[in-house]
Design a binder for this molecule. Sequence first.
Ligand SMILES: Cc1cc2nc3c(=O)[nH]c(=O)nc-3n(C[C@H](O)[C@H](O)[C@H](O)COP(=O)(O)OP(=O)(O)OC[C@H]3O[C@@H](n4cnc5c(N)ncnc54)[C@H](O)[C@@H]3O)c2cc1C
Length: 376
Amino acid sequence: MMKTKIFIIGTGPYGISIANALYKKKIPFAIAGKMFSLWYDHTLDSMSIRSDWHSSEIYEADDRYNVKDFIYKNYPKDEAKKIMSHKLPIDVFRKYLKFIESDLKYPILSHHVTKLTKIENGFISELENGEKIESESVVIATGIEAHKHLPKSLQNLNSPNLIHTWEVHKYEHWKNKNVLMIGAGQSAGEGIVHLYDNNKITWLTRKEPVFFSEPLNLPTPIFKFTLHISPYFYFMPNWMRKKFGKIFVISTITPDLQEKTMSEKVTKVRADVEEIGLEIRGEKFFSKKLNQEFDGVVASTGYILNINNLKFVDTTLLNSIKVQDNFPLLDFDFQTNVKNLFIVGALSEPHYGPAQKFIMGTRHAAVRIAKWAEKN
Ligand SMILES: Cc1cc2nc3c(=O)[nH]c(=O)nc-3n(C[C@H](O)[C@H](O)[C@H](O)COP(=O)(O)OP(=O)(O)OC[C@H]3O[C@@H](n4cnc5c(N)ncnc54)[C@H](O)[C@@H]3O)c2cc1C
């Protein structure tokens, strides 16, 4: 069995940034996951990433993964300038991630963890291929995949043509279909624009969609300032964190998607999905209230974060983690009350603020955990 000091579960921006920080400090670690899977397999090829280039960098202490340097090194000057003046197209961002992947100086175990258990002086993680890793500490950096949300009325519809936007590869090639798109967030907007030319789309939202360039409904300078200071949310009283947190839950769509999504070609319906009486009819879906048939339904219904969705964590261990509103209670080093067990990324948002939902939060998490590891 492999033994190490720190085992990182997850190879997204958080897992890799933390690994980079540990590598730099020569702290023994191992890391497992499917490399940058969200960005390679769960985003539409036609889209751009939403965050600005400077808040989309994977952390590395010597700034080896500076996005600007990467673009100027890999594209002719004029093209590089053009790329830098807009949001990064997903193919450019994927190329950047591939470069990082090829540059890593440590091995990646490219399997998911299926079981994490606590032992007396540490943890045992079991991988899909049966391999086991014993470690003194564990960092859970598994992102939002486990938290995909399907509203109740959709959970009972058993059809391959009901697809959550996480599974973009299942609907991105649809043609000549009558599609019901559900939800008012960025993924719905991107899905509509992607399917727009070749399909007939009905867009179901509970509220009028909000078009705004930042993921949070705040003017850009305030948004950036908020992200920068957000680790210090940790020191605010709980009621104040909750109050601020509410500002950040609103879903917005970038204005570049407004023209197509709001065009007359897209039929708008304002209702909750629970109200439209959606059922399966043969290979199709039928809404009693809308009196309309659909070939496919795309649930752009987001993610509801809850620590209990981490099914690979052994129940005894999971139950021993102290939580508040289904989020783990963490100290300033991202450590749970279970000694040497750390949780980063979106599940840490209530303590460290909104930056932890985005790539820009990786720096804070990586620096804190590497500092902790050096001392312990
Ligand atoms: C469609 C979409 C677009 C987004 N656009 C942006 C954007 O433009 N800018 C931005 O900053 N943020 C964006 N985000 C938010 C995004 O979640 C974060 O930016 C970032 O990817 C989070 O990094 P992470 O490492 O926490 O999670 P992820 O990137 O999701 O990585 C999770 C990793 O964990 C692995 N994993 C999962 N389960 C296991 C397991 N059991 N065992 C081992 N490994 C496991 C996965 O294989 C993956 O490697 C977007 C999110 C979505 C869904």
